[in-house]
Structures are given as structure tokens and as C-alpha cells.
Design a protein around this ligand. Structure first.
Ligand SMILES: Nc1ncnc2c1ncn2[C@@H]1O[C@H](COP(=O)(O)OP(=O)(O)OP(=O)(O)O)[C@@H](O)[C@H]1O
Ligand SMILES: [Mg+2]
Length: 332
């Protein structure tokens, strides 16, 4: 193998990378820094956030929001940073690059990403829908005729599909529907009902440890926040989160019903036998699997490492570029 093979999961919150033969590289926040001269500084992810905190002239840009490429210039910079970091300065052998994107990403944004990868020095660049990537990455064998159902719940979007023979049989994307929307709903509730503003990490901790979908024994958490500049402490009960959680789950359940209704009966039998699989960081929401199972009448499982399914799937695609080519949009 001459050039490296890179798989990139370009998420709304986190960008993840796999280098074939070297393994997964730790995820980084999907942000790039720009200096005061308007030049892209050489940092992205955590390093960019730290640089912006240390020097006020550094500004942060997020290329992806709600699963969509909202800032093409920043997207080019981010992809350039990632590819450079992975292949180093050595550019004699160019890398093959696969980027996973939300299934509903419009054509112009797809082109932006393919061009960004070519500008970053790729030999060939491919885009792969998150649903196909996540399904492969959580161990579904898509080369056969059987149907599989995957739901990827990220920070900025939820992508649902039934896939078979390496392509999508039925699918739906909920752009903007993900962990960030749930986060905003909970932060707004705390502000309106308890009168305090809490830090972003506090809301993430609430989502991870207090939030539970469906009926449950109430739990409580002490929160620190600020009101009119003063530190305040309040107690939040898990049951207070019901309305945010209900609307979050309902949208996914409705989309799942629609996707299953679009699935041919024989493939639906496969899905019933295997169950629906949840991937993405949002799959970790406690009780979500049981709530979706109850609403669709099919078992629902959460992958053991749901946040890594998509990037692992890009790695699998890199091993099968020839077979996968017909499913990709690509440039070489
Ligand atoms: N334990 C948990 N319970 C519920 N949600 C969680 C948990 N842990 C992380 N999350 C949510 O997962 C989201 C991040 O997921 P992920 O890393 O899959 O997103 P992404 O790939 O960056 O975004 P996208 O795929 O939407 O573009 C965050 O919004 C976070 O709130
Ligand atoms: Mg994602």
C-alpha cells in the first residue's frame, strides 16, 4: 500500500478519523481557528479552542451545523488540517479519503467536501452516507440481501435507514434533530423554571446521568449556575425533563414508523429478526431503546460503542473501495 487510507466522520460536534493500519485517532471538536489576519491558523479541535481562550485574536469557526456544511471555507480548512495531520508533509503518495456525511446532505455541500479533500491532497475522495457507514461500523453485513435498520443520533441530526446490498432501501434524515436540540431544550427549562444559567458541561452531565426516557423513579441532581452574576444552587428532578425528552423521542419514533412503512415486507422480516440498531452519541440516552421498541414493536439495541460506529464504517469502506464505488459519490 503506497498512499494512506483515511476515513473521516465529519460530525456536527466531533470529527473522528481512522487511518488504515494505524487505527482510530482520538476525536476532536469540529472547529477550526482563524487568526486576526483572516488566515487559517494551523490548529483545529481542542488546540483551536485552547488557542482562542488564550489569545482573543483567534476566532473559532464550526463548519458543520445540524449535520449540514454551513461554512465551506471552514470545512476546507478543517479537512486540510485533518489530512495534513494524518499524512504529514510527505505528499509523494497521496491518500484515499472517505468522508461520512448525513444522508440528506445536498449536492452542492457534497461537492464542497469532495473538492476540499482533493485540495487537501487526496488521490481519490469519496462520500459515504452516515447510515451506511454506521451500519457497517456496528457490525452489520451489508453485502448480503438481508435488510438492516440503523438509526444514527448525533449532536446535530438524526439519520434513519433500512439498508441492504450496500444501499439504502428506505431512509429519512431529521436535520437539526439531535443532542444539541435536546441540550437547548433542557437549558431553557432550567433557565425558565429555576431562574439560573448553567454551563454547557452541566447540561451534558444532566443528559448523561439524570435524563431517562419513559416512566421511572424520580432522581434528583444538585446544580450550580448563575443568576444576575451570583452563584446559585438548585435541585433538578429527572421528571422535569419529560417534555424535552418526549418531543426528542417522538420525532425519532415518527420517522422510524415512516421508514419501516416504506420497507418491503421481506426486508421488514429481516429487521424484525435482527432488531433496530442505534448508533451515535445520542444512542446513549437512557431508556431511548425501550421507548422506541415499545413504539415500533421491534427490538431496539444500542451498539457498545455507538459514537464510533460511523468512523469505523468509513474504515470498512476503505477496505472495500472497489465494491463500494457504485455507492459513493467520488472524484479521482
Ligand atoms: N449518555 C448520553 N446520553 C444522551 N446523549 C448523549 C450521551 N452522551 C453523549 N450524548 C450526546 O451525543 C451527541 C454527540 O454525538 P455524536 O458524537 O454522535 O455527534 P456528531 O457525530 O458530532 O454529530 P452529527 O452526527 O449529528 O453530525 C451530543 O449532542 C451529546 O449530547
Ligand atoms: Mg455523527
Amino acid at each position: 500500500m503506497l498512499g494512506k487510507k483515511l476515513g473521516i466522520d465529519l460530525g456536527t460536534a466531533t470529527v473522528r478519523l481512522v487511518i488504515k493500519g494505524e487505527g482510530l485517532v482520538a476525536g476532536e471538536p469540529s472547529v477550526v481557528g482563524m487568526g486576526s489576519e483572516g488566515d487559517w491558523s494551523s490548529v483545529y479541535g481542542t488546540a483551536a479552542i485552547e488557542a482562542a481562550a488564550a489569545a482573543s485574536r483567534q476566532r473559532l469557526y464550526r463548519p458543520v451545523m445540524g449535520g449540514a456544511v454551513v461554512d465551506p471555507v471552514a470545512a476546507r480548512a478543517l479537512i486540510n488540517h485533518i489530512v495534513s495531520r494524518a499524512v504529514g508533509r510527505q505528499r509523494i503518495f497521496k491518500p484515499d479519503v472517505v468522508i461520512a456525511v448525513m444522508a440528506a446532505l445536498p449536492g452542492d455541500q457534497r461537492r464542497t467536501l469532495l473538492e476540499a479533500a482533493m485540495l487537501a491532497g487526496a488521490r481519490t475522495a469519496y462520500l459515504l452516507n452516515t447510515t451506511i457507514a454506521a451500519a457497517m461500523g456496528c457490525g452489520m453485513r451489508l453485502s448480503g440481501p438481508n435488510g438492516h435498520c440503523i438509526i444514527d443520533i448525533g449532536a446535530g441530526k438524526t439519520d434513519l435507514a433500512v439498508v441492504a446490498l450496500e444501499s439504502t432501501v428506505a431512509g429519512q434524515t431529521l436535520p437539526g434533530h439531535g443532542g444539541q436540540r435536546l441540550h437547548a431544550c433542557i437549558a431553557a427549562h432550567i433557565e425558565s423554571e429555576h431562574g439560573i444559567t448553567v454551563e454547557s458541561q452541566t447540561v451534558e452531565a444532566i443528559i448523561a446521568s439524570l435524563a431517562r426516557v419513559g416512566p421511572h423513579e424520580e432522581r434528583r441532581l444538585q446544580l450550580r449556575g448563575t443568576r444576575d452574576g451570583d452563584d446559585r444552587e438548585v435541585t433538578l428532578a429527572s421528571t422535569e425533563l419529560a417534555s424535552c425528552l418526549d418531543s426528542h423521542v417522538r420525532a425519532i419514533a415518527i420517522a422510524l414508523d415512516a421508514v419501516l412503512a416504506d420497507t418491503p415486507p421481506s426486508l421488514l422480516e429481516d429487521v424484525r429478526a435482527e432488531g433496530v440498531v442505534l448508533s451515535g452519541g445520542g444512542a446513549r440516552l437512557e431508556g431511548l431503546d425501550r421507548a422506541l421498541a415499545a413504539s415500533c414493536g421491534i427490538d431496539v439495541h444500542v451498539d457498545l460503542e455507538p459514537h464510533l460506529c460511523t468512523v469505523k464504517g468509513t474504515g470498512y469502506a476503505l477496505d472495500n473501495l472497489d465494491v463500494m464505488k457504485r455507492n459513493f459519490m467520488y472524484i479521482r
